[in-house]
Every structure is written in C-alpha cells, then in structure tokens.
Design a protein around this ligand. Structure first.
Ligand SMILES: CCCCCCCC(=O)SCCNC(=O)CCNC(=O)[C@H](O)C(C)(C)COP(=O)(O)OP(=O)(O)OC[C@H]1O[C@@H](n2cnc3c(N)ncnc32)[C@H](O)[C@@H]1OP(=O)(O)O
Length: 201
C-alpha cells in the first residue's frame, strides 16, 4: 500500500489532476458523437498514454491518510473532505462533516446511468456507503460495513444537483447504526441504514 503522504506533494497534486482529467475523458469516451476516424485516433492516443504511464506499476491506488476525514470534521464543516481524488472509478464527493452527521452535493452524469435518465441503484448504494462509512471514519472509528439496507423510493435523476446526507443513529459496543439518504429538489429518492462494526485495523 502506498499512502498519499509517501509521495512528493507535487506528484500528489499532478496525480489528482490526472485522475480528474481521466474522469472527463471517461465521460467524453462514453458520450462522444465524433466520427469513427476521430474516435480511432483518440483510442490510439489513449493507448499511447497508458503505455507512458505504465500499466499497474503500483499495485494499489494511492491511499489517503485515515485521519483525513476527522481533520476535516475538526474544521466544523468549513473544509470538506474530498473522496476518490486518486481513483477515477470512484464518484468524487466533497463531504462536509458535523459532529455526528455529514452532507455532500453531487451531479451524477451519463456514466452513472441505470434506468433511463436515472442513477444506477448500485451507484446510489456506493454513494451512501461512502457517506455513512466516511462519517464513521471522521469520528475516528475504524469500522466496516456489516450490512447496508436500501430503499429506493423514486428514481434519482442524472444531471441535477443531488444532496446526500448521513447521520449516526446509535452506538452499542462495537456496533454503530447509521442512516443516510439522497435528495433531489428536497424529495428523498433513496434511503439507507447501515450497521458498522469496529475492527482493530
Ligand atoms: C471510501 C469511503 C470509505 C468508506 C468505507 C465504506 C465501508 C466499506 O465499504 S467496508 C467494505 C465492506 N464490508 C466488509 O468487507 C466487511 C466484511 N465483514 C467483516 O469483515 C466482518 O463480518 C465484520 C467486521 C463486519 C464483523 O466481523 P467480526 O469482527 O467477527 O464481528 P462479530 O464478532 O461477528 O460481531 C461483532 C458484533 O457485530 C454484530 N454484527 C456483525 N455483523 C452484523 C450485521 N450484518 N448486522 C448486524 N450486526 C452485525 C454481531 O452481532 C456482534 O454484535 P454483539 O457485539 O452485540 O454480539
């Protein structure tokens, strides 16, 4: 495992910019209306770039420090915690923490589509697991999701601002129950309830 602080700040910043540009490329690749020659030329350029960067020379994505979310929480929500800065597969979220709750805002796009014009249910689960799990982390608890129950109340639209929330319900011994939800224009679209179990490492 390589942690973000193990690489020079300049490389860290360049890597985050590369990942953001890669996400934009993923969206462009999935939605382009360019002609076949342009698409093939782009494919060749991308293949070259992949070779330049090397294929999986590091076995894992750069890992941010465990206490990143808790340091963000200590700012009282002023400085959000950015998720998936170094992983283009993750949906980037900027999470603002309160003491026992968190919120984030996001616009899902064509890459996240499940039912027509709507967010894939698996992505909603991913987003809510992140909202709940990172809140646990912000409270300094090394916990894993033991269960995550979801209720899909209505479709979650693409290309519109979505508000994501999570909060702690109760803690008993090693177990914490947390809940979260996604809202669009003030209406809940998905609700989640998760059980998190504290682990040693
Ligand atoms: C990038 C953003 C970061 C966010 C991270 C998001 C979080 C994640 O995605 S984590 C990845 C997905 N989760 C996992 O891989 C977890 C896999 N499972 C495990 O490792 C284990 O089963 C684990 C840790 C959950 C529990 O195992 P173990 O430590 O042996 O616990 P165990 O002794 O059986 O149970 C401890 C307590 O939890 C309870 N418990 C365990 N599982 C559950 C469950 N599914 N529901 C309710 N309670 C449960 C037990 O009943 C027990 O309660 P009590 O103390 O009252 O008797």
């Amino acid at each position: 495992m390589t942690r973000t602080m193990d690489v020079p700040a300049d490389l860290r910043e360049a890597s985050a910019e590369l990942v953001a540009a890669t996400r934009a490329l993923m969206l462009a690749a999935a939605t382009t209306t360019a002609d076949a020659d342009t698409v093939r030329a782009a494919r060749a350029t991308i293949a070259e770039l992949a070779e330049t960067l090397g294929v999986r020379p590091r076995s894992r994505v750069l890992r941010p420090p465990f206490d990143g979310p808790s340091r963000s929480r200590d700012t009282g929500g002023r400085e959000p915690w950015a998720l998936f800065t170094h992983n283009p597969m993750g949906i980037p979220l900027e999470i603002h923490f309160g003491a026992d709750e968190a919120r984030a805002r996001l616009v899902a796009n064509a890459l996240h589509e499940g039912p027509p014009d709507s967010v894939h249910g698996g992505f909603s689960a991913h987003l809510l697991d992140c909202m709940l799990g990172t809140l646990m982390q912000a409270r300094g608890s090394r916990s894993l999701t033991a269960s995550l129950d979801l209720r899909y109340l209505r479709r979650t639209p693409l290309d519109e601002p979505l508000d994501l929330y999570s909060r702690i319900v109760e803690t008993e011994g090693r177990k914490t129950v947390a809940e979260g939800w996604i809202e669009c224009r003030g209406e809940r679209t998905v609700e989640a309830r998760g059980v998190f179990v504290r682990v040693e490492e």
